[in-house]
Ligand binder design. Structure first.
Ligand SMILES: Cc1cc2nc3c(=O)[nH]c(=O)nc-3n(C[C@H](O)[C@H](O)[C@H](O)COP(=O)(O)OP(=O)(O)OC[C@H]3O[C@@H](n4cnc5c(N)ncnc54)[C@H](O)[C@@H]3O)c2cc1C
Length: 480
């Protein structure tokens, strides 16, 4: 009897999983394992919202495996000893897995590959969570891209993704291998139970991912060009947590979008977003220091402020700027925030409040169900102006103008900041501009029912521009 191991990482699915297919094809029995190794991940161990997701995703994967006759083994601890020990116990020839991109995961893979090799066992990694191997996308001179558009052109030149791989019909797992009980990992909150909003918003797992993709293609892809910018509508796919946990492959999304008759500009822009996801992973691959350090080194010298009180107001959605507060409360409730509002809230933190982008990055890391080292990092650096191909620092989002433009009837703000529900559209994004009569009619006493802005937008903007001038010598330009 031959046995192999398939080691699940952020590829928690049975369909379109090349490593899994290879492992099942090449042995009589395949042990399927997931290892939760917080120590190896260090500062980038999963945050609270992602742990909630992981619990449900593993539950769903375990059931799908059991329906096919197999078993998902769960282990918590040092993967560096768990995997080689299991391989030795099973006399496995090969450990199959998907490639990882986080620097800590890459380092661990190198160490485990070495340890396995010394016992004559191979670690074979397949690309399954991204479309393009990062080392193959090169500039004409063989260098690394730092700008999105030429990077994306090279990606498009690679041609369509590989054909789909069907999920296995049967899985034969070796018997008698011990597994932890998922509930013992305590991944979900008990007291206080902050996950009610997450339960209402999401269905983690492969089936939930497929449903989301179907809904998006049927109802929203065609109008994505404009719909993706309206936070009060369901205009985007909501696939990010499913993609992060690998419950669906980017290739499957690409193929399904391509097949759809609901095409048009919406589809092309949607597919471009998937390439942004590739770009994020590519940059992290080539700049592993990115989660902690700005790509543009001079930004380390920006006179950032240490301001716990403002940081806390931002985290709790109590800044007094409605669109910012709505975003931060959506994040807390649903573990997700609309992309446009991620940009607005991140800009407010790093520019108006002049709080280091790493502090915002850490909060998102803990609260997003789609918290992803590559995408979170590159986007925070993009907004803060210190990343590759970033928005220039002096381009400062004005949250009131952003609100008026993208949430003109205030639907989004009213949903997440219900105390402002009765404010007329004209003042919903700037309640401090309303006179006493308007505020009284909306039953709002500023400073009591809803905060005064924690900073004047004009003063915050000027302070940010002055700080930027210190590191660049540039003067300010216009508001976004
Ligand atoms: C400050 C900040 C932090 C972010 N942190 C994360 C994060 O931790 N994890 C994460 O997945 N995305 C992150 N994003 C990117 C983006 O906001 C989300 O991917 C998107 O909102 C997810 O919603 P969706 O699935 O409906 O996206 P759609 O609009 O439906 O897009 C489809 C897919 O494309 C990818 N995508 C879209 N926009 C981007 C982008 N700007 N960068 C990289 N990939 C993108 C996502 O995988 C997304 O699921 C962040 C953006 C900002 C501004």
């Amino acid at each position: 009897m031959t046995a192999n191991i398939f080691w699940f990482r952020n590829d928690l699915r049975l369909a379109d999983n090349p490593g899994l297919a290879a492992a099942l094809e090449r042995a009589d029995k395949t042990a399927l394992i997931y290892v939760l190794d917080d120590k190896a991940a260090g500062d980038w161990a999963m945050g609270g919202a992602a742990r909630w997701w992981l619990y449900h995703s593993l539950l769903s994967l375990g059931q799908a495996i059991a329906e096919r006759g197999g078993k998902l083994i769960l282990r918590r601890g040092d993967a560096g000893s768990i995997i080689p020990r299991l391989a030795a116990e099973l006399k496995a020839e090969t450990v199959f897995a998907s490639r990882r991109f986080a620097p800590w995961g890459r380092m661990q893979d190198r160490e485990i590959a070495e340890a396995l090799k010394s016992s004559g066992i191979a670690l074979r990694r397949h690309l399954s969570t991204y479309l393009f191997p990062p080392e193959t996308i090169k500039t004409k001179t063989g260098g690394t891209y730092g700008v999105f558009t030429p990077f994306s052109r090279t990606c498009y030149d690679q041609g369509p993704p590989a054909p789909a791989i069907a999920p296995p019909e049967r899985i034969d797992s070796p018997r008698g291998i011990a597994s932890d009980a998922l509930d013992d990992w305590q991944l979900t909150p008990v007291k206080p139970d902050w996950a009610a909003g997450l339960r209402a918003a999401w269905e983690p797992g492969e089936a939930g991912a497929k449903q989301r993709l179907k809904r998006f293609i049927r109802e929203a892809m065609q109008s994505y060009k404009t719909g993706r910018d309206i936070p009060g509508e369901d205009g985007t796919s909501g696939l990010s947590p499913h993609l992060h946990f690998g419950e669906i492959s980017p290739a499957a999304i690409w193929r399904a979008a391509g097949r759809s008759e609901n095409s048009g500009a919406g589809r092309d822009i949607f597919l471009k977003e998937l390439i942004w996801r590739e770009f994020a992973a590519y940059l992290l691959w080539h700049h592993p220091e990115m989660p902690e350090q700005p790509l543009r080194a001079e930004f380390a010298k920006l006179p950032w402020r240490d301001d716990r009180e403002s940081l806390q107001a931002w985290q709790r959605g109590l800044t007094g700027i409605p669109i910012v507060d709505a975003g931060m409360r959506q994040l807390w409730q649903a573990g997700w925030m609309h992309n446009r509002i991620r940009m607005v809230t991140a800009s407010f933190l790093t520019k108006h409040l002049l709080i280091p982008w790493q502090q915002g990055e850490a909060w998102f890391w803990d609260t997003l169900v789609d918290a992803d080292l590559a995408s979170n990092t590159i986007n925070w650096q993009w907004v803060a102006g210190c990343g590759a191909d970033a928005a220039p620092y002096f381009r400062i989002f004005n949250p009131v103008l952003q609100g008026k433009k993208f949430d003109p009837d205030g639907n989004y703000v009213r949903k997440f900041v219900p105390e402002l529900a009765a404010m007329p559209d004209k003042f919903i994004h700037a309640p401090w501009e309303a006179n006493a009569e308007v505020l009284a009619a909306a039953k709002i006493k500023l400073g009591c029912d809803y905060p005064h802005p924690i900073i004047s937008l004009t003063r915050g903007r000027e302070r940010a521009l002055a700080a930027y001038k210190k590191i660049s010598g540039r003067t300010g330009e216009k508001d976004g």
